[in-house]
Design a protein around this ligand. Structure first.
Ligand SMILES: C[S@@+](CC[C@H](N)C(=O)[O-])C[C@H]1O[C@@H](n2cnc3c(N)ncnc32)[C@H](O)[C@@H]1O
Length: 457
């Protein structure tokens, strides 16, 4: 790998005699790792565990992930190992109580968001935000596949959270950065690297932190991470945050076997992952807690204009109330023909966010209720709370699953007239509608596998 000389000089400053090992590691293959969705796949895994998380594993080789229906069913997420250190940050710095509000501010494509969803109890609310509009659909797809209803996906600039003060118990800022830690995975990152870009990224990160700081509750924690090594984007920004705001740095206990490097600057400590030390890509993470200040606790606005989300009356819910196993835990809303289900425990928060932000999706899109029928939505098929006994189920093998995921008009056997859930290894993949002898495939066309069947075998 041809590294920019000024980058090498910078790294020599950090690493001294370890520089050669670091450069050698950049020339080696990246480890391949996944994180399991225990709600969907609660089985023992035979692969080598990632040391700083309960649900991450290294794979010996990179398989063709597209050809695995379990990936499409949300049984796991393909994620770089160092990023899963987020779990230590949450576990060690936040006594996870019930009913928390969590924000993942820079969320696409959804690695940290799906991890946060797994870590917080179901009565918490995860807001997964992405400012770049074109990146929101892939974020939403990954969240839907994960299958939880306590999530709101938003498309806002950090500064648009200005009226949501002291609302979040935890904010994750996985900031856009110069990407030095991804040089091994992404050759473009090397070409795009420059000293100017490092400075540009550092300033943008400060703006993001400043914009979102008021949204953090007193005593709440903010987790700041990047996939880069530059001090400007990491320790210097952490120190700036502590100096500028009522923030105190939180330290973590590290196991020696993790090979994570503690890094202190101006009295603040963060954690660095180097590819020649820890088995993962370059990564930096640091935590701050907002110092207590009870003066401006979050309060829901008193007088509100009519909400854009209209609650459904009980009598209108009856036709689909049993679609969830925990039927009593949901509040239903209508938006045009769509029916949206939101956990009752966080309904008030979701309504508030719906009217304050640019919400892409909230809770589970249950389906559409037309004059003719109730049409289940794809998100419902992927829900971990789906009540399968409410629907007719067609179990498929791997080959049939792949045909279904390609959106082929394959003929299934069995099933009932009307809507059928297609299930692979116990997990919902989507819907087909049987009309006479015909099966119509309702897999979302934007999500379909584009490779031919022979390439998938
Ligand atoms: C490192 S990536 C996030 C990766 C993600 N957290 C994950 O784990 O899958 C940074 C994200 O920040 C977004 N971003 C870019 N500019 C931004 C800005 N000015 N404010 C907030 N987010 C921004 C990018 O679009 C990108 O999705």
């Amino acid at each position: 790998m041809k590294l920019p000389p000024p980058f090498k000089i910078r790294m020599a400053d950090f690493l001294g005699p370890e520089l050669e090992q670091f450069i050698e590691a950049l020339g080696s293959e990246s480890p391949v790792s996944i994180r399991i969705n225990k709600n969907k796949y609660p089985f023992d895994i035979a692969y080598k565990p990632i040391l700083w998380t309960q649900t991450g594993y290294y794979l010996p080789l990179r398989p063709l992930f597209t050809a695995d229906p379990l990936l499409h069913a949300g049984a796991y997420y393909v994620q770089e190992a160092s990023s899963m250190f987020l779990e230590q940050a949450i576990q060690q710095s936040l006594p996870v109580k019930e009913s928390m509000n969590v924000l993942d501010l820079c969320a696409a494509p959804g690695g940290k968001s799906t991890h946060l969803i797994s870590m917080f109890p179901a009565d918490s609310l995860i807001v997964s935000n992405e400012v770049i509009k074109s990146r929101v659909p892939i974020l939403s797809e990954n969240i839907q596949k994960w299958g939880n209803g306590n999530v709101v996906v938003t498309n806002n600039d950090p500064k648009e959270f200005k009226d949501i003060k002291q609302f979040f118990d935890c904010i994750v800022v996985d900031a856009p950065c110069s990407g030095e830690g991804m040089f091994r995975k992404n050759a473009n990152a090397v070409d795009e690297w420059s000293e100017d870009n490092v400075q540009h990224c550092a300033l943008r990160q400060r703006r993001i932190l400043a914009d979102i700081w008021p949204s953090l509750k007193a005593n709440g924690i903010l987790i700041y991470s990047t996939c880069t090594f530059s001090k400007e984007e990491n320790e210097a920004n952490l120190a700036w945050l502590c100096e500028q705001y009522d923030a105190e740095n939180v330290e973590l206990n590290l196991e020696e076997t993790w090979n994570v490097k503690e890094s202190s600057f101006s009295g603040c400590t963060g954690y660095r992952f180097y590819p020649h030390r820890a088995e993962g890509e370059g990564f930096f993470l640091a935590i701050v807690r907002k110092k207590a200040d009870d003066s401006s606790e979050f309060k829901f606005p008193k007088k509100r204009a009519k909400s854009r989300l209209l609650p459904l009356e009980d009598k209108n819910v009856t036709p689909f109330k049993e679609v969830f196993i925990n039927a009593g835990n949901w509040k239903y809303y209508s938006k045009d023909e769509d029916i949206i289900a939101v956990p009752i425990a966080k309904a008030k928060e979701v309504e508030f966010l719906y009217d304050s932000l640019n919400v892409f999706s909230a809770g589970i899109l249950v389906g559409q209720h037309t004059k003719k029928e109730f049409r289940p939505d794809h998100a419902l098929a992927l829900s971990v709370n789906l009540n399968k006994s409410f629907f007719s189920v067609i179990k498929v093998d791997k080959n049939e699953a792949l045909k279904f995921l390609r959106k082929d008009d394959s003929v299934f056997s069995g099933g009932s007239e009307g809507w059928n859930l297609v299930e692979y290894e116990g997990l919902g993949l989507g819907w087909v509608k049987k009309i006479g002898h015909r099966f119509n495939n309702y897999y979302p066309k934007e999500w379909r596998i584009r490779l031919s069947l022979d390439k998938l075998q």
